[in-house]
Write a protein that binds this ligand. Structure first.
Ligand SMILES: Nc1ncnc2c1ncn2[C@@H]1O[C@H](COP(=O)(O)OP(=O)(O)OP(=O)(O)O)[C@@H](O)[C@H]1O
Ligand SMILES: [Mg+2]
Length: 218
């Protein structure tokens, strides 16, 4: 079953948050999920150590470049969904993870600087496509967005559309519940209320569904 790789060379773009929201919402919906933490800073490990790891989720930490390919292949079976969280760099580990992906998601804040650096992920994917002679599906998701869209956001979205880049809707809004995942661990449903929980859960669930539709080829 599918491997989703969360990749952006931009630090702090929301990669680890996206990985956790996607993993916990897919598990909530009934999927078996394996979260692979490839970031030496160990954000997923930190989340996993904070609270009870939700049902149907396994977390594998400290996965480096020498074992990433076999770790993905060993877990990418029996209907499980593998989600790989990477460090905000371009490296051999990142390239190897991308080489195994069915879908690469690049989280991106809707600012000019973040989009300019984040979009470099496309070049990394193109290199892997050339080396492997296969297409690798790729999507962008805007993160930490506000209820009122900025002009910058609209301009960046238009520019990506013009380049034929797939943008996942809904974007992941800026929500205190999302940053609180690193405080409480677990999923949004088990967490003490942080702001508008219903809206946060709805946003995360719809995002996960939009990703799932891509995984099943819709
Ligand atoms: N949608 C969101 N709403 C609120 N806070 C968010 C959201 N997404 C990310 N954050 C916060 O922004 C910071 C960076 O997010 P995160 O760690 O997910 O980014 P990253 O791309 O994984 O960073 P790194 O490159 O360091 O691995 C964290 O403090 C996180 O809690
Ligand atoms: Mg991270």
């Amino acid at each position: 079953m599918p491997t989703v790789v969360i990749a952006s060379p931009k630090g702090g773009a929301g990669k680890s948050t996206t990985a956790i929201l996607l993993g916990t919402e897919l598990a909530q919906a009934g999927a078996e999920v394996v979260l692979i933490d490839c970031d030496p800073n160990g954000s997923l490990g930190l989340w996993a150590g904070r609270g009870r790891i939700p049902d149907r989720i396994r977390v594998l930490s400290d996965i480096g470049e020498s074992v990433i390919v076999r770790t993905i292949r060993a877990n990418d079976q029996d209907g499980r969904i593998v989600i790989v969280d990477l460090e905000g760099v371009a490296s051999r580990l990142v390239s190897r993870a991308i080489s195994q992906a069915d879908l690469v998601i690049t989280p991106m804040r809707a600012t000019t600087l973040d989009a300019t650096v984040g979009i470099r992920a496309l070049a990394l994917i193109a290199e892997e496509e050339e080396a492997l002679d296969r297409r690798i599906r790729h999507s962008v998701v805007f993160t930490m967005t506000r209820a009122i869209r900025s002009k910058q956001h609209t301009g960046i979205a238009e520019s990506l559309a013009g380049q034929g880049v797939d943008v996942i809707e809904p974007s992941l809004m800026e929500r205190s519940a999302f940053s609180a995942l690193f405080e409480f661990g677990g999923n949004l449903r088990d967490m003490p209320a942080q702001g508008n929980m219903d809206a946060a859960i709805e946003n995360a669930a719809q995002f996960a569904q939009a990703v799932y539709r891509r995984l099943i080829g819709e």
